[in-house]
Write a protein that binds this ligand. Sequence first.
Ligand code: PLP
Length: 430
Amino acid sequence: MTTSHPTGDVLYAEDMTATATSAPETLHNQTFIDLENEVAAHNYNPLPVVVNKAEGIWVYDVEGNKYLDALSGYSALNFGHRHPALVDAAKDQLDRLTLTSRAFHNDALGPFCRDLAALVGKEAILPMNTGAEAVETALKIARKWGYTVKGVTPGRAKIIVMAGNFHGRTTTIVSFSDDPEAHDHYGPYTPGFETVPYADLAAIEAAIDDDTVAVLVEPIQGEQGVQIPKEGFLPELRALCTDRNVLMIADEIQSGLGRTGTTLACGYEGVEADMYTLGKALGGGIIPVSAVAANRNIMDVITPGTHGSTFGGNPLAAAVGHAVVKLLATGEHQAHAAELEPVFREQLEGLMGKGLVGVRVRGLWAGVDIDPEVMTGKAACKALMKKGVLAKDTHGSTIRLAPPLTITKDELLMITDAVAAVVSEAIASN
Ligand SMILES: Cc1ncc(COP(=O)(O)O)c(C=O)c1O
């Protein structure tokens, strides 16, 4: 393929890729960064690394440098890059059938939905593609349940959301985001949402009225820097929602599917939400796959023609999602994440007062607050990159660490050792 761009230069995409494998020394990260800056929208501010191959926990840039992926595509790569079972499932499906639309049945969707429903303890699955679509779907189901089952006055359904939330980028979802970058200048905004402080049970209780159909909660707020609610909040919220006949929707798109040491983050405290939104890792790092899981009494408010998606539930996505479910069904990855949690915590907490001012760990997921006097989160991520570890900053001085669940203890220590070295070097140079 040949691409012309505004300067009049002609770039040969395949040539670049071919050169990447045949003569890495002739390629520079900056060449690709410059091209991207010129021709792609500037809606991200990535680290200056251009990845062109990956395996397991490791990624390689076009200059041949090797990095440990400590972000895992924001948990979309929970099983590492190109997990053999997932790649095999995708290849097998690619050779047979990729897309039917939902105008026809396909033989991959039923088995996927059956096993995913069993994995998360629900009766039915509504498959979509991106996380935001799953959240939108859950909001629609909750509103429709409110009108047709609970008996809320038409047009008045209210959904309670939490401050600091991140549920995606659609216009409805950003309507109730309190992050100015995500929210501002995208109005007019969708009404029907009330925001309360995160994990504040009294505030939720006070906000519930006769029009309330649901409470939407991230069991752990990932984008907010892995904020973990105090123990007891989720069970109390569950009891409150049951008591007031309000649906509890748990957005497990980032927290779910093994990341926290249990299949779902809600499971840590034995809580069962009414609806789960799932995404990211469900696609195995191969294809976008998301879903809403609920029991029939809720899911069945959706009837033919009332909701859908051209790609949702396509055979390729279903085959990969099914392979992901099979990996999780053994419990092995969850157990591994739970087993490494104390090591992860101990290593990071050991840096408290030595460059770190906050550490939150659940499973193989950590939010690390760097002392702003020492360095910014972005500077820390750039320094980590130079040490061969890729991570992502959020909210100024926090970095999120979420390595693939396939990581070994020694490899995990490479991450924490790199964090230790980065902050101690920054302190020494200040
Ligand atoms: C909790 C949560 N919900 C929803 C989303 C949106 O997912 P997507 O980017 O696939 O639309 C994200 C993405 O980071 C998320 O973390």
